[in-house]
Design a protein around this ligand. Structure first.
Ligand code: SF4
Length: 342
């Protein structure tokens, strides 16, 4: 048994101060960290407990002067999904949150923790497999010649083909969220598209957070009412509930009659980070909403996909998921059983 030091932080400044040595981890809901610790994948020498903190609005959802909202990092996933400001102005985020995990886990997991959750690649969690560059840098990657069904088709590297498992982060990518963090050097703001890393040759590093930095909030910019009227989070998975996405799509449309005046699109389950579908957005903006246009944009978005033998099906699946999510967002297609949430 390994000894782990424990400190209960008095406030944000105290938490940051307590995390200035190597091997320290913040613990909030703990829904992923405790699993990692039980499996010996994470071995922090000290836990800094931030669960109870409420300074700086850490546990609140508030409006911002620019008309957007700020979600504190310690707001529970279930509370964020159910908050009136989120439900009314950013229904895409509510849809993504309720598609994730189970009700019990959503009641424990925090928004900050959701951003930090690690891949569910089975080789990463099972120490019986020696080869995992994410767990043990330089050891290899068991998935390269193994089980690949849940793995990446975009942005992967020879060192790692894992995907980011968060549904919430996919919606945040479509919403252009900004992550605010506080660390030894002060506060800084990170656009969601820059927060998670591609694996490259350092798959053990998931985000751009520096040692000792703590996520304090997620800011959502103002969104037009018309975008909020046409949103859908489509999650395709092997089970109807409590399963991670094979492919997911966060879609929002701003319609002018039959024309697409604006579109926001992000993909999950396909890469080491939420994947903003900028190519498809560019091809669809200003165009009439037709199945042909949607299919053309989806195919263009997946043109750079580099699937492996075990996940080749995900390219066509992602294309079809984009078309379906946009059609549902536009009200041209019903949700049906595949749209059932957890
Ligand atoms: Fe490890 Fe990444 Fe390879 Fe999975 S895909 S075994 S997480 S290196």
């Amino acid at each position: 048994m390994e000894a782990i030091a424990y400190e209960r932080a008095a406030n944000v400044a105290d938490a940051v101060r307590s995390a200035q040595t190597a091997g320290v981890a913040f613990i909030g809901g703990g829904t992923n960290l405790l699993d990692l610790m039980k499996g010996g994948v994470a071995r922090p020498v000290k836990l800094v407990d931030i669960t109870h903190l409420s300074d700086d609005g850490l546990d609140a959802v508030r409006t911002r002067p620019d008309g957007g909202i700020r979600i504190g990092a310690l707001v529970r996933n279930s509370d964020a999904a159910d908050h009136p400001l989120v439900r009314e102005r950013y229904p895409l985020l509510t849809q993504a949150l309720v598609a994730g995990a189970s009700a019990q886990l959503r009641n424990m997991a925090t928004v900050g923790g959701n951003l930090m959750q690690r891949t569910r690649c089975p080789y990463f969690y099972d120490a019986a497999f020696a080869a995992c560059n994410k767990r043990t840098p330089g050891s290899g990657c068991a998935a390269q010649d193994g089980y690949q069904r849940m793995h990446a088709i975009l942005g992967a590297s020879a060192q790692c083909i894992a995907v980011n498992p968060s549904d919430m982060s996919v919606a945040l990518a479509a919403l252009d969220a900004t992550i605010e963090v506080v660390g030894p050097a002060g506060a800084r703001r990170i656009p969601i598209g820059e927060f998670h890393r591609l694996p490259g040759d350092r798959p053990d590093v998931d985000t751009v957070l520096q040692p000792g930095e703590l996520i304090t909030s997620v800011d959502l910019p103002p969104w037009s009412t018309s975008l909020a009227e046409h949103t859908y989070y489509l999650k395709i998975r092997d089970r109807a509930s409590y399963a991670f996405a094979l492919v997911s799509v966060a879609a929002a449309l701003q319609m002018q009659g039959e024309k697409i005046a604006g579109v926001r699109l992000a993909l999950g389950g396909v890469a080491h980070k939420p994947w903003r579908a900028a190519i498809a957005e560019g091809l669809l903006t200003g165009q009439p909403l037709t199945d042909a246009k949607l299919r053309e944009a989806a195919a263009a978005q997946l043109r750079d996909a580099r699937p492996l033998p075990g996940n080749r099906f995900k390219v066509l699946l992602a294309e079809r998921a984009i078309v379906r999510a946009l059609n549902i967002a536009a009200g041209r297609e019903s949700i049906g059983v595949t749209g059932a949430t957890a």
